[in-house]
Write a protein that binds this ligand. Sequence first.
Ligand code: EPU
Length: 419
Amino acid sequence: MPARLVIEGGVRLRGHVEASAAKNAALPAMAASLLTAQSIVLDNVPRLADVVTMTSLLERLGAKITREADGATRLSVPSVTTPEAPYELVSTMRASVVVLGPLLARTGTARVALPGGCAIGVRPIDQHLKGLAKLGADIAIQNGYVEARASRLKGARITTDLVTVTGTENLMMAAALAEGVTVLENAAREPEVADLARLLTAMGARIEGAGTERIEIEGVAELGGARHRVIPDRIEAGTLLVAGAITGGDVTLTGVTPRHLQATLAKLEECGVSITVEGDRVRCLGPARPRPADVITSPFPGFPTDMQAQMMALLGRAEGLSKITETIFENRFMHAAELCRMGALIETDGPFAVIRGVEAYQGAPVMATDLRASASLVLAGLAARGTTEVSRVYHLDRGYEGLERKLQSLGARIERVKT
Ligand code: EPU
């Protein structure tokens, strides 16, 4: 049944809340189970719609996936029963493409539906395919599917034309079982890439440099089982910090890795939010009204595109003029028009958005268009005068574990209503 979130704005959020594990680290970690016949145990897989989709996909490919009594998720793929990732699953979740590298490396063939575009951009996977071809795969596009074949992949030097997160992950997983050494230049430095490398290393892979722009992988003949704890979700954490900031509240996040959050924390401080970091906790004290700031999204360690929409919601209330430049995705301002329906003054032109801060948002019915856009509407709703109803909440459920429950625990008046 479709659901809406109904938010009564105007409450200053207060209290402590624990971060969940990162969606974008959990999904590739689950896919890594395809690389071995032994079990992979992941301690803290978040409960998300995207995890359910990845579970269905891996089960289709031959995985047995169970929840252990202690809450951990056990994945084992004794053998790959079909190397095909069908369109109906890949089209609901683009991240499904991370099964391509492992399938090819394990079985010598992979048939994965081309993901196509999505609400935020065209999102081609040419760099994944070029890299796999460098590793010796024959790649063809047939009837909307990528068909890849290789007897055994061979290590190679690969320089991607641009920084791609899941591309780096796919190539790292494929190279882990290739013959010889692979060097990935211009690799993504995102913490999720380094987390996957940690899991692969625990499985027996030989990987150096993950988390830097040059990753060296010495292929091994086979990988084994491992147990792994997924890193905390830096984007969920950033979203909850903005919830504190935008309501002029006092919110402490626990169980986070502050160095993964540096660009977000620095920008929040620039906006006049007081941030205190202590071990794995970050406390944020929101100002009555934020100061304006200019934001340019860029690959890690730059300001994350996945925090751009949430930041726009905050800057919409700033005292002055802010500018956002979105450099990663060509169509990631869909939330701007919805924020304007709540009284924001935002103009966009290609990759640029100019935001003239208003004193307050007004509650309104709004529609979510993608995951992070939904989060920005919820944030604006928390700060708005009156009632906001966010529809198409399924976008939010793809990537936030119990967001409304977490916000309620901070005092927010937010309810899920079935329509
Ligand atoms: N690109 C290409 N060719 C490729 C690959 C990427 O042109 O072969 C382009 C993309 O179109 C985009 C840019 O390169 O313009 C960066 O894309 P990237 O490949 O890094 O994105 P992704 O791996 O598909 C991951 C996250 C996204 C996050 C981006 C950027 C996962 C599962 N997804 O996507 O997360 O926005 O990196 O940081 O890790 C989200 O969680 O809301 C989300 C969209």
